[in-house]
Design a protein around this ligand. Structure first.
Ligand code: FHN
Length: 459
């Protein structure tokens, strides 16, 4: 093991109450909102087919014109309560909001810049309103903060000379002050989610990322910090030069998930974040984005996928420039949330089911407190039957379709193919969206029949 000053602070996952709470949430609402929501991917009449929040860079918009958008950020239809209602509808247990994205615009009235919400026509403290509205509904709030800052004169992508070093030191001081400000102004915040830390300049200053984590933990007991903040003494990110995870959970899965059979990821806490359109975090009004919105059952599949490997799933919403949520995104939230309303038992507080192999037709999840195992069938085979392989030596005693108490399907739903391999006929099951079964199991005691071929590949 190398002796690192700024490496990981522990070898094993945190087990304190705040971390367990975060781990149990499983479903979160990500929100990207800033000036980019006004042009929403369109500049001078043309759609720019790239993530809406990158518009100023991709369309090479002069800085003064970008900043002038602040005058139009009137919040005509912004209501923090309505946003919080969409999180409730989704079944989210936490929300992560962009306090400052790469363009440097701040959603709170920061004392360290004039480029913030307080200097827009309404002068409202949007962040404060959101914290209050979400917390009133029991939903934890986390802050996204982009270390990368396209606007700040002292930001550097690389450090080529002494002048760069000096400038970047000033920048880090500015960012630290903003983070202290956020922690002190909104002390009920439960977590910080850092982004924009991939440049050489940040990697050369691992000490600062370590110091930020320390500062936040000192000010906010229990605060949860993502791995993306961190770089170690040698510039290794997320995972230090000794192979240990930095921060409290791994946050590298962005618009992608780990392979569903890769149980190694379940060794530590992690979170995946996902856009609703193919590739935009901020609201993008063009067909490039709007024709690519995910189906709610895809979202459900991803939630179950993450849970089955012990990870959280953070689904992003891009509210519009007037402050209203995009109706299509609200509709997706409702459908996913209705599914969670019936099947949330298999998601919240659940994680990796040790000993259960990835089944292909969906996922196994296990309640971390009771040990109850669930089968979430997100890809029903054409045969209408699933092959349910239990850990060797285990017997399927019964299964209960969630949301179907008293359904006749629950009476004779399965037969043994061999040993711990069973077949379940899904034919009688009805459900809005992917089916979920709570499995009742026991140990095999008597002799068992010969193994039969997989019914899903019978010719
Ligand atoms: O560039 C950003 C992007 O706009 C968005 O904020 C995502 C969210 O994970 N993070 C960055 C790319 O890694």
């Amino acid at each position: 093991m190398m002796d690192l000053k700024y490496g990981a602070s522990r070898e094993k996952p945190r087990e304190d109450a705040a971390m367990k709470r975060f781990r149990g949430h499983r479903v979160g609402q990500f929100i990207h909102w800033g000036l980019y929501a006004l042009p929403a991917g369109r500049w001078e009449g043309k759609d720019v087919e790239f993530a809406a929040e990158f518009l100023p860079r991709v369309a090479k918009i002069p800085q003064h014109r970008w900043e002038a958008l602040a005058n139009d950020f009137t919040l005509a239809d912004f209501d923090a309560e309505r946003w919080a209602d969409t999180a409730v509808a989704l079944g989210a247990r936490y929300m992560t909001i962009t306090t400052k994205h790469h363009d440097g615009f701040c959603l709170w009235p920061s004392a360290h810049t004039d480029f913030h919400m307080g200097n827009t026509p309404s002068g409202r403290d949007v962040l404060g309103e959101l914290v209050a509205a979400y917390e009133a509904r029991g939903i934890d709030v986390n802050f996204y903060y982009s270390v990368l800052d396209w606007r700040h004169p002292d930001w550097r992508f690389t450090l080529e000379n002494d002048a760069d070093n000096l400038a970047f030191a000033r920048y880090l001081d500015f960012a630290m002050k903003q983070l202290v400000e956020l922690a002190e102004r909104y002390p009920s915040v439960k977590g910080f989610w850092f982004d924009g830390t991939w440049d050489e300049s940040v990697k050369a200053n691992g000490w600062w990322t370590w110091e930020v984590e320390r500062m936040l933990k000192e000010r906010i007991p229990g605060v949860v910090v993502n791995s993306r903040l961190r770089a170690d003494d040698f510039g290794a990110r997320h995972v230090d030069s000794n192979g240990l995870l930095m921060g409290d959970y791994e946050s590298g899965y962005e618009r992608r998930l780990p392979e569903p059979w890769d149980r190694s990821v379940a060794a530590h806490d992690w979170e995946a974040c996902m856009t609703i359109p193919q590739a935009s975090w901020g609201y993008h009004q063009g067909p490039w984005a709007q024709s690519t919105l995910k189906h709610p059952w895809d979202v459900v599949d991803m939630i179950a996928h993450c849970t089955s490997l012990g990870g959280n799933f953070l689904l992003n919403f891009g509210p519009r420039g007037d402050g209203s949520m995009a109706p299509a995104e609200v509709e997706i939230a409702r459908t996913v949330g209705q599914w969670l309303g019936v099947n949330g038992e298999a998601i919240y507080g659940c994680g990796f089911a040790e000993g259960w192999e990835y089944p292909g037709w969906g996922y196994f999840t296990q309640d971390s407190s009771t040990g109850q195992v669930f089968a979430v069938v997100t890809r029903e085979p054409a045969s209408g039957r699933i092959r349910l392989e239990l850990p060797t030596g285990m017997e399927l005693v019964g299964l209960q379709l969630l949301g179907s108490a008293g359904h006749p399907f629950n009476e004779h739903p399965f037969k043994r193919l061999a040993g711990s391999v069973f077949e379940v006929d899904l034919g009688g099951a009805t459900s809005a969206g992917p089916l979920v079964f709570a499995l009742e199991t026991g140990a095999i005691t008597g002799p068992v029949a010969e193994k039969e071929p997989n019914p899903d590949v019978l010719d």
